[in-house]
Design a protein around this ligand. Structure first.
Ligand SMILES: [Zn+2]
Length: 293
């Protein structure tokens, strides 16, 4: 009887010790975790606000995560059903879809996914590298007496392949415009379109200045909505993503792109075109959900 009593005591003692030991270990682990990722001020903020370490972990892979904005991220995640990344992007860029409200410098400049729109602009002296005259390629383009068309070399390389494929299927594609300088856009916006924001981008805010945007149509329709009815347009809708292009201003996305539907305005974005196409996204939406902005 006495022996059994003793062994019960010992078992309880071992149990109590292991609980203490386990809890102690957890405290140490938590402390190490916090010290590895945060400075003293941040750690005291975490304690003061009673933030659970487990809830912070998914954010830590993002460089722009700021613990002092933690509650704003959580609030955005709940309200809009955002991912962790989206909540950080949302809090850091409250004007992402507020056209001409609080413009910022263009994002991801010098990549094929550069973002230039009514919220992100290029400096007036920005000229893309590797601009090439479209005449050097075996593609159809409109001939204007006073104007040569230029695009970035990588765009033309890919466009040539797309043109060949279309031609092989009896589909006509013609380049109507490509790179446009800041000065040219300024003239268009001020004098040709009378500063009408609904039909023209302000200088610096046109993605034609990146050398990645190309207007494609056929001589019959030109840059009009009638191009949408053509076989060329439906061919482009089915195939252009394979060559890194997207229709930049699709139907019903004006609240994301800032532009009404334009069947002729295409944009080279590189390999991300496929995901944009498959998920029916705009470039704005893709960047917001996939990259830190
Ligand atoms: Zn255009």
């Amino acid at each position: 009887m006495k022996g059994k009593y003793h062994s019960t005591i010992i078992t309880l003692l071992i149990f109590a010790l292991s609980v203490i030991f386990f809890e102690e270990k957890q405290v140490i682990q938590k402390k190490t975790f916090l010290e590895n990722h945060f400075n003293r001020e941040e750690i005291s903020y975490i304690h003061k606000n009673d933030i659970d370490v487990k809830d912070i972990e998914p954010y830590l892979q993002y460089q722009k995560f700021n613990i002092f904005k933690y509650h704003l991220y959580q609030e955005a995640r709940e309200k809009y059903n955002f991912t962790y990344l989206e909540s950080i992007n949302y809090v850091n860029n409250p004007d992402y879809y507020h056209f001409y409200h609080n413009p910022q410098k263009a994002l991801f400049v010098n990549t094929s996914y550069v973002l230039v729109n009514k919220c992100y602009y290029l400096d007036k002296d920005f000229v893309p590298k590797d601009l090439v005259n479209v005449k050097l390629y075996d593609i159809d383009c409109i001939v204007r007496e006073d104007e040569e068309i230029y695009l970035k070399k990588e765009v033309l390389e890919s466009y040539q392949l797309m043109f060949n494929a279309a031609k092989g299927e009896g589909v006509e594609l013609m380049v109507f415009s490509g790179y446009r300088s800041y000065q040219k856009q300024k003239i268009l916006y001020n004098y040709v379109y009378g500063q009408d924001d609904t039909i023209s981008a302000r200088p610096g805010f046109s993605e034609h200045q990146t050398g990645y945007a190309v207007d494609i149509s056929r001589p019959n329709e030109g840059l009009t909505e009638f191009f949408e009815q053509s076989k060329s347009f439906s061919w482009l809708m089915d195939n252009c993503y394979k060559y890194g292009f997207i229709l930049r201003f699709p139907h019903d996305k004006e609240n994301k792109t800032g532009y009404a539907f334009e069947p002729w305005h295409f944009r080279y974005v590189g390999p991300i075109a496929e995901e944009i196409h498959l998920n029916n996204l705009t470039l704005e939406e893709y960047l917001f959900s996939n990259l830190e902005i």
